[in-house]
Design a protein around this ligand. Structure first.
Ligand code: TYD
Length: 211
């Protein structure tokens, strides 16, 4: 069934994912690569609406399980409408965040349990896991300071969590790296953007070359 390639990019707040992805779109398209860049939560109309609810700073009453279910629902719709069709057409799909975000944020940091959150996501994604997941690793102190300094994006509901929460997110990602060593690759994000970008591009090229 599967013809294309599915790569996800993960990281905590301020890891530099957005800038890296912007550069990837430009460079891969210039090369003539058939690439679809997308993001979670969102990427298509229904999922963008769910994104609006889940990231709204006014929704302080949101229960942790509700949050996990909303992310999983947005993921399902986005997969069916956008990711799967593109993969079936043989394209390279690069997605900014995917199931590992739920495992790290809701599973570990919100303490719902990685296995429990995995269960609802298995229902949502069935068997479709990424071929490669690149995790850009940055300490929350550095990541949150980058966001505070820049005007690249609005502060959302999850940015407002404590430093302790963001440290737990990072700890969650480290647990996932140990759990899925064949699928996940850690890239040190505490270097210059140029260095981080070069490593991300190399990882994608290696994946496409089947290395
Ligand atoms: P976004 O503005 O896209 O942030 P970023 O640039 O850091 O990706 O916001 C997405 C937020 O949603 C981010 O704080 C991580 C969180 N999130 C989860 O908690 N669980 C999930 O499953 C996903 C996809 C995102």
């Amino acid at each position: 069934m599967k013809k294309g390639c599915f790569i996800t990019i993960e990281g905590g707040e301020g890891a530099g994912k957005s800038t890296i992805i912007e550069r990837l779109v430009k460079q891969l398209s210039e090369r003539g690569q058939a690439v679809v860049m997308t993001r979670e939560p969102g990427g298509i109309a229904i999922a963008e609406q769910i994104r609006g609810i889940v990231l709204d700073r006014a929704n302080t009453a949101m229960d942790a399980r509700t949050e996990a279910l909303l992310y999983a629902a947005a993921r399902r719709q986005h997969l069916v409408e956008k990711v799967i069709p593109a993969i079936e057409q043989g394209k390279l799909v690069i997605c900014d965040r995917f199931v590992d975000s739920s495992l790290a944020y809701q599973g570990h940091a919100r303490q719902l349990g990685i296995e429990e959150v995995w269960d609802i996501n298995r229902f949502a994604i069935q068997e479709l896991m990424p071929d490669l997941t690149i995790y850009v690793d940055v300490s929350p102190q550095i990541g949150l300071a980058r966001i505070a300094r820049s005007d690249i994006r609005e502060v959302n509901r999850l940015d407002l969590e404590s430093l302790d929460f963001h440290n737990k997110v990072r700890e969650g990602y480290h647990l996932l790296l140990a759990k899925f060593p064949d699928r996940m690759l850690r890239i040190d994000g505490e270097r210059t953007l140029e260095q981080v970008y070069r490593d991300v591009l190399t990882a994608i090229d290696d994946q496409l070359a089947g290395i």
